[in-house]
Ligand binder design. Structure first.
Ligand code: ZN
Length: 239
């Protein structure tokens, strides 16, 4: 079987600017995610905001089966035409996994069509990430819940379209709940939104979180891709 080609895109700003983040992810969030994916047999590339063209080129998108996206403080620095390219790649069949604050990224908002606003609170609460769909492929290998010692609290209402499948619900010490694992299909592409991953906590080093992201990549991998988004006319049958 051919290896799934994954690109991990990271804004990579907090890790350079804030010691509290640098100490958790000295080489960037993308490096930690790329390493655990690579060790599981995925073919991995990374791209960051400060690369030429924000790291997003036609060549990259054409050769990416699943794009993982982490961004937060610089969503606005991704030009609209780049965000549109990412959306179009999904419509053509590329899979996409949006992590944590990627809920406000331009590509996610384009694909959802809503504000994607949510309620939030940053007190390092414990999160219990509940599996609500144990037979879903993204929950494979996960017990009833995952304990995350510290996370940023994300809470409802989360202004997203009704998920086509809800796989996880997050619960926090403050009693808040959140739709933490949401599946969508847009055009020919699969999309998974996954809430955990605030930059000051080592969430992406938790084995169960890594399992979920690997499962999500396998689930989101394309089944069918088109080269062009066209609306063809067809000839009438003549015999
Ligand atoms: Zn955060």
């Amino acid at each position: 079987m051919e290896k799934i080609r994954v690109t991990v895109w990271n804004e990579f700003r907090h890790e350079k600017m804030e010691d509290s983040v640098k100490s958790v992810y000295p080489d960037g969030i993308h490096k930690v995610i790329a390493d655990f994916l690579e060790s599981d047999g995925f073919l991995v590339r990374t791209a960051v905001l400060d690369d030429d063209h924000c790291g997003i080129t036609d060549e990259l998108l054409e050769n990416t089966d699943v794009l993982i996206w982490w961004g937060h403080m610089a969503h606005h620095e991704v030009p609209d035409h780049i965000a549109a390219k990412v959306r179009d790649a999904v419509l053509k069949g590329m899979g996409m996994v949006f992590l944590h604050s990627g809920h406000h990224s331009k590509p996610f908002r384009l694909l959802m069509g809503t504000t994607c606003n949510l309620s939030w609170r940053e007190h390092g609460d414990r999160e219990r990430l509940w599996v609500v769909d144990p037979s879903h492929p993204i929950a494979k290998g996960i017990d009833r819940y995952v304990n995350i010692p510290h996370e940023e609290t994300y809470a409802e209402p989360f202004d997203i379209p009704e998920p086509e499948k809800l796989v996880f619900i997050g619960w926090y010490d403050g009693g808040e709940v959140f739709r933490s694992g949401c599946c969508y299909h847009r055009g020919n592409g699969n999309i998974f939104y996954f809430q955990p991953g605030h930059e000051t906590f080592p969430t992406y080093k938790i084995p169960e979180i890594q399992t979920i992201i690997k499962n999500a990549v396998r689930w989101a991998a394309p089944v069918y891709r088109v080269n062009e988004l066209v609306c063809p006319n067809i000839e009438k049958l003549t015999d």
